[in-house]
Design a protein around this ligand. Structure first.
Ligand SMILES: Nc1nc2c(ncn2[C@@H]2O[C@H](COP(=O)(O)OP(=O)(O)OP(=O)(O)O)[C@@H](O)[C@H]2O)c(=O)[nH]1
Ligand SMILES: [Zn+2]
Length: 457
């Protein structure tokens, strides 16, 4: 197998190849040098390990350009003519790209399947924003990702490439026991518009977003150079994406990570209307609590409180937004989180040691890095947040740093803090989370104790 060495990385893109026919011959010749000659897993003559600028003719993609057609589509797929024409590194659908590969590999999916998007168009419109058309406001999602089948259908056909949406917009009715309880106990009223009936069914508009990173912009948010970011992404994923190194001309990367979902209560048009009040909860995934009700943290109760407050804001003539990010266990994953739980329960679960236990195992206490989170707020056209349903200083600072003021911060009410999660909440408050109550010192935190294994069993 001929190795693809970093030394082959060209300093700058070569002059473009003129005609399609000449280009194809040129590409075939160039790609010969990077084809594996033999492989322990069989005949791989048709595989290309990576591409180089001089082999390629990417479809133009000018991130932040002033109009959709000058901006151009995000093209990641190597199928059809995509090998030569792709303008993005990585594959669609975040972490689910691997399932796509399994479907193709197990011959259940034709890789050249052409999607039929009939009737899949957005169920409501998100008003176009200035932030969609500059290089700095939005760097972690494609602001045109919901419009691709309509804006770039022609390009998809004429260029013979796969251009896929990365955003989808729909509507639903939500049924949650906590919302029924809120109606039963007169915290929410039935208005037939937002709260539909006495069962507490709620009308919601929602948006699913897959990650699309503009690498220079992401690097800037993290205060590193684009090259440092590319090298880290390449090396730390054990070389999963050689084009991060071999294609400095390609600026967009579809990372294999979870996306986000926006839940909007009330009229979606009000979200970007500064004359209407906005309540917002930004929530990071905690499957154990959010779905399965573990009482070791405040996640589900704060999420439910956030939804209830968002619904109230919508009923009061404003709107409410809840954004759910797939960043399980502070983006460390559930395995790390459970290892930390064990270490906490075996080591005396006190609030003064709460973050230290995660640091011991993961090396850091948190990998959520909220710097990219505000992009979706800008995409929605949010210019201020009247009521922020979060105590997190990291979320607060990231939003304010991106120029969106937060008028009021609302902590989780004490009565909603579950039995075993006092440790978490007091440790967080000591570490800088917002509170209207007492901030304990390190000594006092030693006395805030969670369950031990003996209590759990
Ligand atoms: N690694 C680790 N993650 C945890 C632990 N407890 C909760 N989490 C994760 O921490 C994150 C909590 O996110 P959010 O519910 O958005 O809350 P927050 O950012 O801490 O702050 P608030 O907005 O004030 O609730 C989720 O990703 C949880 O899965 C823990 O002990 N260890
Ligand atoms: Zn949790």
């Amino acid at each position: 197998m001929s190795p693809v060495s970093l030394a082959q990385t060209p300093a700058a893109p070569a002059a473009p190849v003129k005609t399609a026919r000449a280009r194809d011959a040129h590409v075939a010749k160039q790609l010969e040098s990077v084809r594996p000659k033999s492989s322990p897993v069989g005949d791989n003559d048709d595989l290309v390990l990576t591409t180089y600028p001089e082999d390629s003719q990417p479809i133009p993609l000018a991130w932040g350009a002033a109009a959709p057609q000058t901006r151009g589509p995000v093209v990641a797929s190597h199928y059809r003519d995509g090998l030569v024409k792709h303008n993005s590194i990585g594959a669609h659908s975040g972490q689910y790209c691997v399932y796509h590969a399994l479907a193709v590999g197990s011959k259940q999916l034709d890789p050249n399947h052409v999607a039929d998007y009939t009737n899949s168009q957005p169920a409501f419109s998100v008003p176009e924003q200035k932030s969609w058309y500059n290089k700095t406001d939005i760097v972690a999602m494609d602001p045109l990702g919901h419009l691709t089948p309509y804006l770039f259908d022609e390009a998809s056909k004429s260029e013979n490439v796969d251009i896929r949406p990365t955003i989808a917009i729909t509507k639903a009715t939500m049924q949650l026991l906590e919302l029924k309880d809120a109606v039963d106990n007169n915290r929410l009223r039935v208005d037939g518009r937002v709260v539909l009936n006495s069962s507490g069914d709620v009308s919601v508009s929602k948006v699913a977003v897959e990650p699309v990173w503009y690498l220079p912009g992401v690097a800037e948010r993290f205060g590193v150079s684009e090259n440092e970011l590319r090298r880290a992404l390449f090396k730390d994923t054990n070389g999963m994406y050689p084009e991060l190194i071999t294609r400095p001309d390609i600026k967009v990367f579809l990372p294999p990570i979870g996306g986000l979902t926006v839940y909007i209560f009330g009229d979606p048009a009000f979200v970007s209307d500064p004359s209407k009040k906005l309540a917002l909860r930004v929530h990071d995934e905690c499957n154990g609590s959010d779905v399965f009700g573990s009482d070791i943290c405040t996640c589900r109760p704060y999420l439910m409180f956030g939804i209830e407050e968002a619904v109230k804001e919508a009923q009061n003539g404003g709107s409410g937004v809840v954004i759910y990010f797939r960043k399980e266990g502070r983006a460390l994953g559930e395995v790390t989180k459970y290892l930390v739980y064990n270490a906490r329960k075996r080591g005396g679960d006190t609030a003064d040691e709460y973050f230290h236990r995660t640091e011991c195992i993961a090396g850091v206490r948190d990998m959520r890095f909220q710097q990219l989170m505000p992009d979706v707020l800008k995409w929605l056209g949010i210019t201020k947040i009247d009521r922020m349903l979060s105590m997190s200083n990291m979320k607060h600072d990231a939003i304010v740093e991106q120029g969106i003021p937060i008028i009021e911060r609302i902590p989780i009410p004490d009565e909603l803090v579950p039995p075993d999660s006092r440790v978490e909440i007091d440790a967080k408050i000591n570490a800088g989370y917002f509170t209207n109550g007492k901030i304990m010192n390190q000594d006092e935190l030693k006395n805030v104790q969670g369950r031990t294994w003996n209590d759990v069993v």
